[in-house]
Design a protein around this ligand. Sequence first.
Ligand code: ZN
Length: 156
Amino acid sequence: MTGKTHIIGGLVACQAADLFLFSTTSGFSYYAAGVAGALLPDICHTHSKIGRRFSVLSKVVATLFGHRTFTHSLLFLVAVNLVFLAFFPEHVAIQRGILIGMISHYFLDALTVRGIRFFYPADVRVRLTRMRTGGVGETFLLVGLVVCIGYLFVAF
Ligand SMILES: [Zn+2]
C-alpha cells in the first residue's frame, strides 16, 4: 500500500481502538505515534515516505532483509514494542499508538498481491487479497478509510 493509505489506515485503526478497545480519549501523541507506527515497517523500502526520510537506515535494512520481510513480521512488532517498553515505560499512549499503527500497516499490506512475511524468518507469505499497490482497489479502500474516519469522528 502507499504511504497515504497507511497514514489514513493507521489513524482509523487508532481511532477505532481508542473508542472500542481502550475506551479512552487519547490525545495528539497517541495519534502521532499511530501514524509513525503505520509508516515504520516500510523502513525496508528506500522509496517509501519513511525510507526517504531515513535513507541510510533504510538502505541498511533493505540490504540486510529485503522488502516486506523482517520489518513486516511479528518478530519486528514484538521487538519494537519491547524496546519501547524498556526505554519509555511511562508513555503508554505512544506505545499503544505505535503498536496499533504497525498492526494496521501489516493488515493493509497483507491485502496486496505481494502480501507480507508475517512469520519471518519462516518463508510463509500472508496474503488476504490480490489488491495492487496504487491500483483502483487501493483507491476505493482509501476512500472507504476516509469515510470511516469521518464516521467515527462524527458518531462518537
Ligand atoms: Zn509495508
